[in-house]
Ligand binder design. Sequence first.
Ligand code: FES
Length: 263
Amino acid sequence: MLQTTATLITRMTTGPAQELTLRAPELARALVPGQAVLVKCGWGLEPYLRRTFYPIAVDDETWTLRVPPGSDWGHAWLRAAPVGTPIDCLGPVGVGYLVPLGVRNLLCVGVGELAWTLMPVVTQAAARGLSVALAMEARTPRELIPAQRLTAAVEYHTLTADGRRIESQWAGLLAGEASGAQPGLIAWADVVVAAAPLTFYGQLAAAVKAVRYDISRGFAQVLYPATFLCGSGACQTCVADVAGGRRRVCLRGPVFDLADVVT
Ligand code: FES
C-alpha cells in the first residue's frame, strides 16, 4: 500500500454528485478495479480524516473518485477543494476484481451509487476485446449511469422501480423469462462482477442457482461495500462475517467470491 500526495486536476459536476480526478501516477498504476483508496479530507492532523473511495476511472496517470450528495463534512471538504489542491491518498486497499484470461463474456451487475465502482472493470474489459454487459438498477432514470459514459461495445441494461417490482425485473433479466423464451444474462456470462448493497447478493445468488444449480467458486465476484479506517488490518473496524468467519474486509476483500458472502 502506498501513501502518496495526489493533485486534484479536474472537477466535474454530474447531477447531484461531483467527480474529482486526481493525478497520482504511482498509485494509479497500482490500482485494480474494486480496490479502495483512503483519501484524507482536510488539512489538519486529526486521525479520522480519511474517507473510503472506490475509483470510478483509472488510467496510467490519474484516478477519479465520485463524491455523492450528502452531509458528510469530509465530502464537503472535497467538494470545496480548489483544483491544484494536494490530497493525501493511501491505497490500493485490499483485493479487487479479477477477470481471468480466457473469459469472453463479462456480466457486470450494479445497484445505485455502487454501480459506478464497476466503471473501471467495464472499461478495461471492453478494451481487452471482451463482450461486456452492464446491468444497473437505480431509483430513477436520472440516477442511472448515462449511456454515453460507456463505450459503444458495452451492452447496457437498466432497471428502475417504474411501477413494476424491481425483484421480478432482476429475475427476468438475470435468469431469463419463466417461459424460457428469453434466456437471461447469467446463461450468457462466463464471469459476473457485482457492486451492490449486501441485501442484493441473496437475489443474485438465487438467480445464479436458478440457471447454474449451484454457486460455483470463481463464477461471481462481489464488492463488499465497506468503509475503512486504516486499510491495513490494524484497527479491526472493518471486521465482518464473511468467507466462513470473522474477517477483516480490508485484507480479504473488499471483493469476495459470491459464495463467501451469501450463506
Ligand atoms: S480498516 Fe482497519 S482493519 Fe480493516
